[in-house]
Structures are given as C-alpha cells and as structure tokens.
Design a protein around this ligand. Structure first.
Ligand SMILES: [Zn+2]
Length: 82
C-alpha cells in the first residue's frame, strides 16, 4: 500500500472495554495528522481542534489500546473519577 501525503487513513479502535460490549469503531484522519499524533507526540486537541470529544477518544483509543465506545462512555459519565 502506498500512501500519498494527503491520503485519508481509517483506523480501527480496539474493542470497547465496556462490560459485555464488543463494539469496534472506525475513525478517519489524514496521514500527516496521524504522524503528528503518534510520532511527534502532539495532543489530540492540537492535532484535531475541530473534532468532537467522541472522535478524539477514538484516536486516543487507537494509540493507547484502551477504548470505550460512545454509549459506554456516556454511561460512565456519572461516576467517573479521572
Ligand atoms: Zn461499549
């Protein structure tokens, strides 16, 4: 596979970590954005300032290997102590 500079890549998140949930989501970005995030160590909000919180959490999931899908994340909202 050859990627040109502005090619859009699609990334699969890890399987959702929610109990009994096996959701896998896909998120798209351009290759330069992904390089900025993974190899240059920029924060998600620096690379994708216009993306929603949910979208950013997908990128974080791909990078960290830990992911919660949108609905599990909402359920978590109340008792999250991070
Ligand atoms: Zn889930």
């Amino acid at each position: 596979m050859r990627l040109t500079k502005d090619e859009t890549i699609s990334l699969d998140t890890p399987v959702c970590d929610g109990e009994g949930c096996f959701a896998v989501d896909t998120v798209e970005c351009t290759l330069p954005e992904w390089v900025d995030y993974i190899f240059k160590g920029l924060f998600v909000q620096e690379v994708w300032p216009d993306r929603s919180e949910a979208e950013r959490s997908k990128f974080i999931g791909v990078r960290s290997g830990y992911y919660l899908c949108d609905s599990c994340f909402e359920q978590l909202g109340d008792d999250e102590d991070v």
